[in-house]
Structures are given as C-alpha cells and as structure tokens.
Design a protein around this ligand. Structure first.
Ligand SMILES: [Zn+2]
Length: 327
C-alpha cells in the first residue's frame, strides 16, 4: 500500500484539526448552557468528580471495587437524568453539548481498532485521483463506459480490443507495487488508450496505490525546469521525484515531446530507473515500433519492446465516429 505520502500527511493534519474543532465547538456549547440554564454548571462539576471517583475506584481495585463502581455509576446516571430534564425544560436538546464528530465511527481520528476508517480511505482516494494528474479524466472515463461498439466493423479488431480491455481490467484489479510489470499501449489517436489508462488508474488508486499520470511533453518540461530553472522559483527535486517514486507512472502520448539529446536521456533515466527498482510504468504512444526505433536510442527501444507488455489498439478513431453519429 502506497497512498501518496504528501496526501496522507495533509489528510492526517485535516483529521487532527477536525477532531480539535469538534471538541472546541462542544466546549463552546457547554459554556453557553452554563450561562443559560441554571444548575447545569454545578451538575457538570459533579459529573466531573464522579468520573474521577470511578477511575480511582477502578485503579484501587479490591473486593469493594465492583460494588463501589456500581454505586458511583448510579449517581452518575441520576445526574445525567437531572441534566437532561433541565435542558429539555429550557428548550435545548439533551445532547446539545455532546461532541459532534463528522464521522461517528472513528470519532474523526481516521482509525478504528488500529485500522484506517472508511471515511479516511475515501479522502485518500479522492486526493489520489486529483494528485494523479488525471482526476478530470477519471470522472468520465471508467471500465464501465468503455464501449466496444465502435470496433464492431471488424471482428478481428473487436477481438483484439476485447483482449486489451480484459488485460487492462486484470492488470488494474491485480495490481501490486513492485511486481505488476509494465504496459505499452500502441495505436493511433482516438482508439481509447487514454480512456483505458484512466480506468486502470482509478481502480489502482482505489486499491490504495500512488499513481501519477503525465503527458510526455509535460514530464520533459519538468525535467528541463529542474535542470535549467533556479531553485528559488522551482521546487527543487521534489517534483521530479514523483516520476521515480510513485507506484505506477502513466506516460501519455510518448512521441509528441520535442526530441533531443536531453529529452532522450531523461526518458531513458526514467524508464531504466523504474525498471531496476521494479516500479511499474504504462506508456501510451501513437508511434509504431519502427517509428519508436527511428526516434529513440536502441537502449530505450530494447527496454520498451523487451520489458513492456504490448497492447495494440486498432480500429477507426472513436472520437470521429462519435462526431459523425451526432451530426
Ligand atoms: Zn471515520
């Protein structure tokens, strides 16, 4: 499990704030009651003392303890009843000064019995989608709405696309950091490569992994800023660190970036470092294998063709088909 650590730190902080605020709000309401309802302040003071007595009796132990604790508990209940009646009389709900947590399951701590509460998991997933860089895509592109209808004209093409979707589905649902290998999605524009990537990313983030999505040109620009920019205006190595550290890196549109010695070196660095550390990468490209060969160095191409599982996307541009249907 590798929830994005920056998101995790931020969300833990938010939970601490939330918890503190819930208690402060309850204290405020209690103080308000003390002003508005005569007798409640005294009852609250007695309840505080009774709580202490119970603790002392339990710590002291011994045979008398059980009886003593029962007796104190009875007094406690009486005080509670009296308090509730007073509040009702003055038009306040009985639980007016109770702490109101956003999540009653974990009392806004984010954990229940040492396990992460569902509410915190949900926050991490949402944050993971946003910080993955493909939050906007994931809202609309899932496995559920990946339609094979557009590939119907040709049975062989449809079968191939069917295989791609099943493989992507299995990859996402069985994803494990460090052992899931790499995918190379090849084919023309508008054949659903990005759609399938965001569908996989969504599932993998939901399963608790750190996914980072980037366009090839954007990634190269980050490395250029890292190399040529000054550190005062740029966040140093932190930003490019994600290209190496995330559990799954998705590089979209490889081949659309400007190609020169520097960009090729960057690309090799990322591909090679991730391969040697066992971290998975998915690459989308419109380039054919021979175009890859003419554009990149042998050591890049040999890694892509040797270490990545290739998914060939076939058919006619889905976006054009959708457009012609709508007109
Ligand atoms: Zn919770």
């Amino acid at each position: 499990m590798g929830y994005n650590s920056e998101n995790y730190r931020r969300i833990r902080g938010e939970y601490e704030t939330k918890y503190k605020r819930a208690h402060e709000d309850a204290d405020r309401r209690r103080a308000q009651l003390h002003e508005a309802v005569p007798g409640v302040r005294e009852i609250d003071a007695s309840l505080g003392r009774v709580g202490l007595e119970i603790m002392r009796a339990i710590v002291a132990g011994g045979e008398a303890t059980a009886k003593q604790v029962d007796e104190i508990r009875r007094r406690n209940q009486e005080l509670q009843k009296k308090r509730a009646a007073l509040l009702r009389e003055h038009g306040y709900p009985e639980d007016y000064s109770d702490v109101r947590y956003e999540c009653p399951v974990c009392s806004d701590s984010g954990y229940v019995d040492g396990k992460m509460c569902a509410c915190m998991k949900k926050q991490l997933i949402l944050a993971g989608c946003e910080s993955s860089g493909m939050g906007h895509l994931m809202r609309t592109q899932s496995f559920d709405n990946f339609s094979l209808d557009y590939y119907r004209q040709n049975a062989a093409e449809q079968a191939e696309m069917d295989r791609n979707v099943s493989l992507a589905y299995r990859y996402a649902n069985g994803f494990e950091a460090g052992s899931s290998g790499n995918l190379l999605l090849m084919g023309g524009t508008g054949l659903g490569k990005t759609h399938l990537c965001s569908a996989m990313a969504r599932v993998i983030i939901e399963r608790g992994y750190d996914v980072y999505y980037t366009g090839a040109q954007g990634m190269i620009s980050d490395f250029e800023r890292e190399r040529f920019g000054n550190s005062a205006s740029y966040g140093g190595g932190e930003e490019i660190g994600r290209y190496f550290d995330c559990d799954l890196l998705i590089i979209d549109d490889l081949g659309t970036e400007v190609t020169n010695q520097f960009t090729v070196a960057c690309l090799f660095n990322i591909i090679n470092t991730r391969l040697s550390s066992g971290r998975s990468t998915i690459i989308n490209t419109n380039l054919t294998p021979s175009e890859l060969q003419s554009r990149y160095t042998d050591r890049i191409v040999s890694r892509l063709l040797g270490e990545y599982r290739m998914l060939r996307f076939v058919g006619i541009d889905v976006r054009k088909q959708k457009l012609s249907q709508n007109t």
